[in-house]
Ligand binder design. Structure first.
Ligand code: HEM
Length: 194
């Protein structure tokens, strides 16, 4: 099959968890507090997709399967989509867009500020995610896209703060993140020695 078709498969793959979640919500399967579960699941998928997108290049190089990188951009864009929906669902379903409540939440729960900073860091990435922007920006594109690291670090810190079912999941996220950072560090070191 041509690479082009594989690339496009990333879009429905990224949409599948959202479709599943909406179906679960519509059929009343999200438990006694569906709004909270809905918000949490969107955040969870955002982080998983962001980490998956970052893992693709190292995995392609280490496993010598270059084709793995084809979903990097799609999963990155989906991660931004899930975070944005996570924010919208939180502001709509949990806060009802009440500005007083919003101020109170920001003061009471600093993890929300951490999440908001992570989301803000992803905006320039999403805005320059097209092939055209990449071509136009040249070397500046790669520099700007390093913002993905603060974004994912903030995402993992945010998750560790809000998790309710023990630190097992946080440990897995943190381990994947640590491996990605070490890999990136080694690659930069090698490039600077060339
Ligand atoms: C846009 C700003 C953000 C807001 C307002 C926000 C808000 C929230 C809230 C209210 C929760 C649920 C906490 C609870 O149930 O007590 C949550 C959980 C979570 N958020 Fe965010 N968040 C934001 C950004 C992010 C970002 C950037 C990521 C990752 C890329 C993320 C990933 C998560 C994860 C993984 C969870 C936990 C899900 C679980 O335990 O199942 N959030 N967030």
């Amino acid at each position: 099959m041509k690479t082009r078709y594989w690339t496009w498969l990333g879009w429905p793959l990224g949409a599948a968890p959202l479709a599943w979640l909406v179906l679960e919500a519509a059929s009343g399967q999200l438990g006694p507090d569906p709004a909270e579960v809905f918000v949490e699941r969107l955040g969870w998928w955002a982080l998983v997709l962001l980490l998956t997108c970052l893992t693709m290049r190292p995995a392609a190089q280490l496993l010598r399967v270059p084709g793995l990188v084809v979903w990097r951009r799609t999963f990155g864009v989906w991660a931004f989509g899930y975070v944005s929906l996570h924010f919208l669902a939180w502001a709509t379903l949990l806060l009802g867009w009440d500005p007083n409540y919003l101020g109170e939440e920001l003061g009471k729960r600093p993890y929300i500020i951490v999440g908001l900073l992570g989301w803000l860091a992803m905006w320039p990435l999403a805005a320059t995610s097209t092939r055209k922007a990449r071509r136009r920006m040249g070397a500046r594109w790669a520099k700007l896209h390093r913002l993905v690291f603060p974004a994912v670090i903030l995402g993992v810190v945010h998750q560790s703060w809000v998790q309710k079912s023990g630190y097992g999941e946080t440990l897995i996220f943190a381990l994947v993140l640590a491996m990605l950072l070490i890999y990136r560090g080694l690659k930069d070191h090698r490039l600077s020695n060339k």
